[in-house]
Design a protein around this ligand. Structure first.
Ligand code: SF4
Ligand code: ZN
Length: 322
């Protein structure tokens, strides 16, 4: 293995730079070579630094972790439990059952078993009990809209997680969005002309009208490193994809950024830093000012929030089909 020192000297590394153990992973963007154990430890340490840098979790907090049962969210639960809980900070894992036959059951089983192994409370909320319909049942209506399945589903998922976090008495809810997710969202906002919404991406942003802060402790870690952490930690995770997955522009942005990273290692890190610089200038600007939703009282930009608007459309469609 070849590495260059700060002064440009070529050195050969045949062991983990941290403990001298068997090399397992090389960070292309930094040249760091690590064994499996030091690699996993580095992910925990990187997360700790991100949380501390952006004041994501502070003493006295009660933490909720959104756990879909995929590799990212199970890794997040494992890392945050090793850093903070459950003795130091109470942690609750929250899973959302969207109601997709044959898809979510496997993931919920993994979430349940990992939470139990870590000694963390696990709460499952479903679209059916919260909104009156499952994602499967909303499918007919969904096909007639111009919003993608995941944008539609994401509106209800955010609300479900928020409500479950409030019910769990949490002060902060962590989601497993990683560096790739973060920079993709930044670029997509630019491509949609949604510059005013960039302020929502501010890691220190908190919505005064919502009692639970939302944080992304993996936002400075590459997606591939989170996946590697899950594999090396022997975490079980969901193997099948959601049948409704439709990411449209996001998958094109992801492919583009991955191709750029392959030819320019570290470019995603640079883009993250640039995004944070730009976002800091828009902090405090989050689009239109909010007014309470006439149906549910939650903040909205037009007097009816997106959850209530989409819910009414689905219910109207179901009635018209009956
Ligand atoms: Fe919802 Fe999309 Fe996830 Fe399926 S893949 S559960 S539609 S967000
Ligand atoms: Zn509403």
């Amino acid at each position: 293995m070849r590495l260059y020192t700060d002064h440009g000297f070529l050195i050969h590394v045949t062991s983990c730079a941290s403990c001298g153990g068997t090399p397992f992973y090389t960070r292309r963007y930094s040249g760091e070579v690590l064994c499996s154990s030091c690699f996993r430890e580095s992910i925990v340490e990187k997360t700790r630094r991100t949380v501390s840098r952006h004041h994501m979790i502070v003493p006295g907090d009660r933490l909720a972790v959104a756990v879909s049962g995929g590799k990212d969210s199970l890794s997040l639960l494992r890392v945050l439990t090793s850093l903070y809980g459950p003795r130091n900070i109470p942690i609750t894992a929250i899973s959302v059952d969207e109601g997709v036959a044959g898809y979510r059951d496997e993931a919920l089983g993994h979430a349940r078993s990992v939470a139990s192994e870590l000694g963390v409370d696990h709460v499952v909320v479903s679209y059916k009990e919260m909104f009156g319909f499952s994602l499967d049942e909303a499918l007919d209506w969904k096909e007639e809209r111009d919003t993608s399945s995941c944008s539609f589903c994401g509106v209800f998922r955010r609300r479900a997680i928020d409500e479950a976090a409030v019910k769990s008495n949490a002060t902060v809810v962590a989601t497993a969005h990683n560096l790739d997710d973060y920079v993709q969202t930044f670029m997509m906002n630019l491509m949609h002309g949604d510059v005013a919404r960039l302020g929502w991406l501010d890691p220190s942003y908190s919505d005064e009208s919502f009692p639970v802060r939302r944080v992304k402790p993996f936002m400075e870690i590459y997606e591939e490193e989170v996946a590697l952490f899950a594999y090396e930690s022997r975490l079980p995770f969901q193997s099948v994809s959601c049948p409704y997955m439709h990411e449209g522009l996001r998958s094109e942005v992801r492919d583009y950024l991955n191709a750029m990273e392959a030819s320019h290692p570290g470019i995603k890190n640079v883009l993250l830093r640039s995004s944070l610089d730009v976002i800091a200038r828009y902090s405090g600007s989050h689009g239109k000012s909010s007014v309470p939703c006439a149906e549910c009282g939650k903040p909205s930009s037009s007097g009816l929030c997106s959850v209530c608007r989409m819910k009414a459309a689905v219910e109207g469609h179901v009635k018209s089909r009956a």
